[in-house]
Design a protein. Structure first.
Length: 345
């Protein structure tokens, strides 16, 4: 059994990790830390886990995470970088769900996250945890940077187009929407029910932290200069993400060949569903599952291709993807413990 520790188990990604790992056939939950909730039974905070998780939260000072095989950090930015060096030295694998190791350039990270990176020497050793595009590196890694939720949809949607040199990399546009849970489990005016319900708004239009992460990863797929306009929106639902991706075709290609391109690319990816050309994937078709669904459109058979991408921002966009990486790191089937069917209605 893989002994698992979770740092920061009281947030939405933390409880989602608990939900998935509690029924994972190869996992033994060993420690769940929370300084504020030290001593509180996990099931008292999250009744959905009654009978499934019998651990109590423990203060980070009292939890011996070095006894774990892998530690997940479901914490704010900056926490993992403070603790990862000691854990890695002790032979513990680390998966960070925050952004501490997603951006390879220290100066770029510090510009966008407004904190100092305290262990830049680890950046080059961190594998980027998008399994569909980076499986081999993840298998060999001791440190994984779990991708952001928005970047997951953008990369999987754009990858086949950029890889095959079919679109203008300098004019990519991503119009993306997320449920309120993406903002985290904290008291904040903008996510109060009276503020976010029956409302719809864009945010981060002048610049969003996921832009440099996504642009850097997309740049790996093409020799052309990538320019990405990314606009996120908050929609009045708890979980779910919908990204509408636009790209300008630079080569002649039929709709049938476009479809085949995506189907061939993801035919061995259990968690990417390429729907029939012209479909309209819905966020509820992925709710609670690790599935990402996408569909291609081409208005009037012109030179614009549109990729519609949906996922659950807390599962494929965060905790499910992290478990997917853990499976690869420990030589398990990538799908182990992750085959839940989406909840409908």
């Amino acid at each position: 059994m893989i002994k698992v520790g979770i740092v920061g188990g009281t947030g939405y990604t933390g409880v989602e990790l608990l939900r998935l790992l509690a029924v994972h056939p190869d996992v033994e939950l060993t420690a769940i830390t929370s300084r504020k909730e030290d001593g509180l039974p996990v099931a008292d905070m999250f009744p959905s886990l009654r009978g499934r998780v019998n651990l109590k939260f423990s203060s980070p000072d009292n939890a011996d995470l070095t006894k774990c095989d892998v530690v997940f950090f479901a914490t704010p930015h900056g926490v993992a970088m403070a603790q990862a060096p000691a854990l890695l030295k002790a032979g513990v694998k680390v998966i960070d769900l925050a952004a501490d190791f997603r951006i390879q350039e220290k100066a770029v990270f510090e510009k966008w996250y407004k904190i100092e990176h305290t262990c830049p020497d680890l950046l080059e050793h961190a594998a980027y945890g998008l399994a569909e595009l980076n499986r081999e590196d993840i298998k060999k890694a001791n440190l994984v940077a779990n991708p952001g939720c928005y970047p997951t949809t953008m990369q999987l949607g754009y990858y086949p187009l950029l890889k095959n040199g079919l679109v203008d990399a300098g004019s990519l546009i991503a119009d993306c929407k997320s449920g309120v849970s993406g903002a985290g489990r904290k008291a904040e005016i903008g996510t109060l029910f009276s503020e976010s319900s029956d409302n719809f708004k864009a945010y981060g239009v002048a610049g969003h932290r996921h832009t440099p992460e996504t642009s850097a990863q997309l740049q790996r797929f093409t020799s052309d200069k990538v320019s990405l306009i990314f606009t996120p929106h908050l929609v009045p639902m708890i979980r779910g993400m919908h990204s509408t991706l636009y790209a300008r075709l630079t080569k002649a290609i039929s709709n049938e060949d476009l479809q085949k391109l995506f189907e061939d690319q993801y035919k061995d990816s259990a968690f990417v569903d390429v729907m029939p050309f012209g479909s309209h994937p819905e966020t509820r078709s992925t709710r609670g599952s690790n599935m990402l669904r996408l569909a291609l459109h081409r208005p009037d058979n012109g030179n614009t291709v549109i990729v519609l991408v949906v996922q659950d921002n807390l599962v494929k966009g965060a905790s499910g993807q992290a478990v997917q990486c853990m499976n690869l790191m420990f030589g398990l089937e990538e799908t182990t413990g992750l085959m839940q069917i989406a909840l409908l209605p």
